[in-house]
Design a protein around this ligand. Structure first.
Ligand code: ATP
Length: 705
């Protein structure tokens, strides 16, 4: 038996022992549940036992994913659950315990007393292999990615993000464990692990703050249903079944969706000033009484002086609280006025109902918005000094004949949510909220999130270089300004890119000086299998080539994304259908198993083994920050990247649809400054400080040549 085989057998024996102990604990918990079959205590015991059982995972789970040996002779196995033997000795520690920190934090530069870190690859509880890192006291020249991370990164992708608990890197681990009481912004380039880290942070916080957080206290918000679907298996895999994961549109009332929206309208609807507009619109719905109000009570009539009724209305207007609650209060005040005059109201009274409805009409979020958008006068009155008549009139639209037939746009949804808040009051709140792809959210969307925070504790995830759309951001301050400010905020960057292989990232990063000059590109940790494939084709070959490339990748069992928009999208769909290819479209809310058609906006946060980007110029033209959108598209790949185009495979100048690019570009000093700043940032990020001067001198020489 070779030494590795011997070591494998020894480790397997340990795994078997830990497995046996774990299953004994499970059996004991089963026994406790059965023993408590009677009496009132039974339900409580069963609940506690099943909570403890869920902390043990499933019988088929591997007991550990790692081990580390300390120079003082101690050896610790690290897994998803704490496992003890009969004498209460620890066989495996839970990765969320502080004792597991050296497994993640030890490095060649600072081994923290760790001599060996071992990462196991298992099928169930059977160890297939392990990868060792031997920490040396001799300082090596760096901490490159270890073998277990590289193996993990090279695994084929599916339609779901995976747990990375065995290979969390030191800087990522620090963010997972960062204090709860803050707004933590995790930023970083594509594939630096922001989403994975935010989700692992959820389980870490739950484990380490049991007194303050239960799973039901946490909300994870994603940008769209496809993304939420993509990430939804990570938390359950980490043992958290109960955390609510929602795409942002689901925070709004349940209405018919799908109305397209012009950019100028979307911009106004997303603006924080709309909160004041809606509050004004709601207030203006409250009416004034006549000089005397006559009510029929039974067979007689009773007259209330208008001044008394008006006073009741003013008092309700000035009372804080939701509109519906104040309406109920107005009704009570009017009943009191009736009783003061000797009237007795028993049961329902239509004339009272009519009066209350005239003074304080019953409204739903939909009826408030629909009547506002449908009326010139209401819009002008609600605009106040916040919007010009021209701006507010952009919102005007014909209401549907029936409210239930109204179709709402994505930009209407946060307005409906705001209206629901104003009318019905506070929605369910959460003690910690994770917001992913936060860089694109409008102030009104951020308000929707902010009002659901009970503590001000948030984890906000995103990348400025990928910020596109109407609310494209250049700094986090704009996002933070719309979030709760009760707790301090801190922006933490992840530096290493794990998804995109070096050759492909370097290609995409050429866009950065134009797309996001202030952003430092990530340092990529690995090489990929191929250079980008650039396929310049005739217009009539474009879709066919994209489809044949997709099929070729798919035949190699690669998970494929075709990213395109506009004309190419229509062509590609036709070509897929004509070739009898089975594909999934990301706009249907989830990815398929093999070939997926994805718009560049939908592609955010997703990844594929092979990506085919069709007509980059069209993608650039699809957004005001189109170079960022193309950067997103090019950075979705874990392995292969093909670009199929008639035009420029990497348009580095703004392209406006319908116009030919100029043949001669005059020197733009601002652009040159941006490029120089971006090069300087890259040098700072990738070259040790001592060599900065030499590298800059060499660069200067090359530029002069
Ligand atoms: N420590 C790690 N171990 C293994 N895989 C990792 C690690 N960190 C990141 N990854 C992998 O890298 C890929 C990118 O991670 P993730 O989607 O979290 O990145 P991101 O920064 O959110 O990207 P984007 O900005 O594109 O949304 C995923 O496949 C993830 O599993």
């Amino acid at each position: 038996m070779g030494s590795k085989a011997g070591e494998l057998a020894r480790e397997q024996a340990y795994f078997d022992l830990a497995h046996k102990q774990r299953e004994q604990s499970r059996a004991a918990l089963d026994e406790a549940t059965r023993a408590a079959a009677h009496g009132g205590a039974a339900a409580g015991i069963r609940r506690d036992a099943s909570a403890l059982q869920s902390q043990l995972g499933s019988p088929g789970d591997q007991v550990a994913f790692g081990r580390f040996d300390h120079e003082d002779g101690e050896r610790w196995y690290v897994g998803s659950h704490l496992i003890l033997d009969d004498e209460k000795n620890v066989l495996v520690i839970n990765w969320k315990l502080p004792a597991a920190a050296p497994f993640y934090k030890a490095s060649h530069r600072d081994p923290l007393g760790v001599t060996l870190k071992r990462t196991f690859e298992c099928t169930g509880n059977t160890i297939d292999d392990f990868v060792d890192v031997l920490f040396s006291q001799v300082a090596l020249d760096g901490d490159g990615p270890d073998g277990s991370l590289l193996r993990e990164l090279s695994r084929s992708r599916t339609g779901h993000l995976r747990s990375i608990v065995a290979t969390i890197q030191a800087a990522q681990y620090d963010l997972i464990r960062a204090p709860l009481d803050q707004v933590l912004v995790i930023e970083g380039g594509p594939g630096t692990g922001k989403t994975a880290i935010a989700l692992h942070r959820v389980t870490w916080l739950l484990y380490n703050h049991p007194d303050r957080l239960r799973a039901a206290d946490i909300l994870v918000v994603g940008p769209n249903p496809t993304f939420t679907h993509y990430i939804r298996t990570v938390l359950p895999a980490l043992g958290e079944q109960e955390v609510l994961q929602r795409d942002i549109s689901l925070l709004a009332p349940d209405v018919r969706r799908g109305r397209p929206e012009a950019l100028a309208v979307a911009r106004i609807k997303g603006d924080a000033g709309m909160a004041t507009v809606l509050a004004r619109a709601l207030r203006s719905r409250v009416g004034s009484p006549e000089s005397a109000e006559r009510l029929q009570i039974g067979s007689s009539f009773l007259t209330l002086p208008g001044a008394d009724v008006a006073q009741a209305v003013v008092s309700c207007k000035n009372t804080p609280g939701p509109y519906a609650q104040r309406r109920a209060r107005l009704r009570d005040l009017i009943i009191r006025l009736v009783e003061e005059r000797g009237g007795h109201l028993t049961g329902g009274n239509p004339s009272l109902d009519n009066l209350v409805e005239r003074l304080w009409p019953q409204l739903t979020p939909q009826s408030l918005l629909s009547s506002l958008f449908g009326s010139r006068d209401r819009l002008l009155a609600a605009a106040g000094d916040d919007y010009s008549a021209e701006e507010i009139m952009l919102l005007r639209r014909r209401s549907a004949d029936r409210l239930s037939e109204e179709v709402w746009s994505r930009d209407d949804l946060p307005l409906l949510d705001e209206a629901a808040f104003l009318i019905n009051g506070q929605p369910e709140r959460f003690a910690h909220i994770v917001v992913d792809e936060a860089q694109d959210l409008s102030p009104m969307q951020l308000r929707s999130i902010a009002r659901r925070s009970s503590t001000g504790s948030l984890t906000v995830v995103g990348d400025i270089a990928q910020s596109t759309g109407v609310w494209a951001r250049d700094a986090w301050d704009d996002v933070l300004a719309s979030l709760p400010e009760t707790l301090p905020a801190s922006v933490q960057s992840l530096r290493y890119g794990y998804r995109v292989p070096r050759q492909l990232y370097e290609f995409a990063a050429q866009l950065l000086p134009i797309a996001a000059p202030g952003v430092t590109p990530p340092v990529v940790v690995r090489d990929g299998p191929a250079l980008p494939g650039i396929h310049r084709v005739d217009p009539d070959e474009r879709a066919g080539r994209a489809v044949s490339l997709a099929l070729a990748h798919s035949e190699e069992f690669r998970f494929v994304g075709i990213i395109c928009t506009g004309e190419s999208r229509v062509e590609v769909e036709t070509a897929l259908a004509a070739n009898g290819v089975v594909w999934s479209s990301a706009d249907r809310g989830e990815l398929g198993r093999a070939i997926n058609l994805v718009s560049p906006h939908e592609a955010k946060g997703l990844e594929f083994d092979a990506v085919i980007v069709v007509e980059p110029e069209e993608i650039v033209a699809d957004d005001e920050r189109g170079h960022r959108l193309l950067y997103v598209a090019l950075t979705r790949t874990v392995g292969y990247l093909d670009i199929v185009c008639v035009g420029d495979p990497l348009p580095l100048r703004p392209v406006t649809p319908g116009t030919e690019p100029e043949t001669e570009t005059p020197f733009d000093p601002a652009l040159i400054e941006k490029v120089a700043a971006a090069i300087a940032l890259r040098i700072r990020a990738q070259v040790p400080p001592a060599q900065h001067d030499d590298v800059l001198a060499e660069l200067r020489r090359l530029l002069q040549e």
